[in-house]
Design a protein around this ligand. Structure first.
Ligand code: 6PG
Length: 250
């Protein structure tokens, strides 16, 4: 696994950098394999990136858009990751519905919805599921997707999608999340981390202290893929010389 850390001046530059990385990844995947598979991250950090991406002329018909996790709420609920992606990317970019694979949240149970989504992934991705690019965020407790510290969801070796209880951080609703076997099969993982509030946890993830429990985000280590941490200066403030990093050069 190759790891890179790129530092941007601020959230606006981070969104510009992330959009161009995504466009480049899409074009090369579509040229090499005819289709680009992308798992979108939830939360607020990626929203400016989604707005920027919607302005690029991407071949959305040759794209498969999955979701890294979802809150178990209706799609029109403000907490819905799908709803946020629809408002900031899917609708503005005119992404055809046939290219979008939302996580179902209105089935019999969260577990049933997770199993349905796993079937959706297994019908479209080979084993191991080499998603071209998985976008992820970082929670202040070190979670990513909806893989929270101490969660049983972290331990599955076979399931691709599982239900998870609410984490410590809001919103206090059940979740459905991709698991480490899927995240670690990705060709590339792109973490987007911004803001001073993430400085401490980013250092803990990138500069782990021996003997401390490994945080969920630190367990994302694609076997045959690379991880790019795209962070802004405020989030990078806590990093030491242990973390080699370079400035985003545009
Ligand atoms: C979610 C996300 C979650 C998010 C982090 C960071 O559903 O909440 O998938 O993993 O990426 O909590 O969230 P912010 O970007 O809002 O800080």
């Amino acid at each position: 696994m190759k790891r890179d850390v790129l530092v941007c001046a601020d959230p606006a530059e981070l969104a510009t950098a992330a959009s161009s990385i995504l466009v480049e990844a899409a074009r090369s995947a579509q040229a090499e394999r005819g289709v680009f598979s992308l798992a979108l991250a939830g939360g607020s950090t990626p929203l400016e990136t989604y707005r920027g991406l919607s302005k690029h002329a991407l071949d959305w018909a040759r794209t498969q858009l999955f979701f890294g996790d979802e809150r178990v709420v209706p799609p029109d609920d403000p907490a819905s990751n799908f709803g946020s992606a629809r408002r900031h990317l899917l609708d503005p970019a005119g992404v055809p519905a046939s290219s979008v694979f939302p996580i179902p949240t209105e089935g019999a149970s969260a577990d049933a919805c997770a199993r349905t989504y796993e079937g959706t992934l297994r019908a479209r991705l080979i084993e191991p599921p080499k998603i071209d690019l998985v976008l992820l965020g970082l929670g202040e407790d070190g979670h990513t997707a909806s893989l929270f510290p101490g969660s049983l969801a972290l331990e599955t070796k076979t399931r691709w999608v599982v239900a998870a209880p609410p984490g410590r951080l809001p919103p206090d609703v059940e979740r459905i999340t991709l698991t480490l076997p899927v995240l670690n099969a990705a060709r590339r993982v792109l973490f987007l981390v911004q803001g001073a509030a993430k400085a401490e946890v980013l250092r803990e993830v990138l500069e782990p202290v021996p003997g401390r429990t490994t945080l969920p985000a630190a367990r994302v280590q694609p076997v045959d893929g690379d991880v790019l941490w795209l962070v802004d200066r405020a989030a990078a403030e806590g990093l030491t010389e242990r973390t080699s990093r370079r400035q985003w050069a545009g």
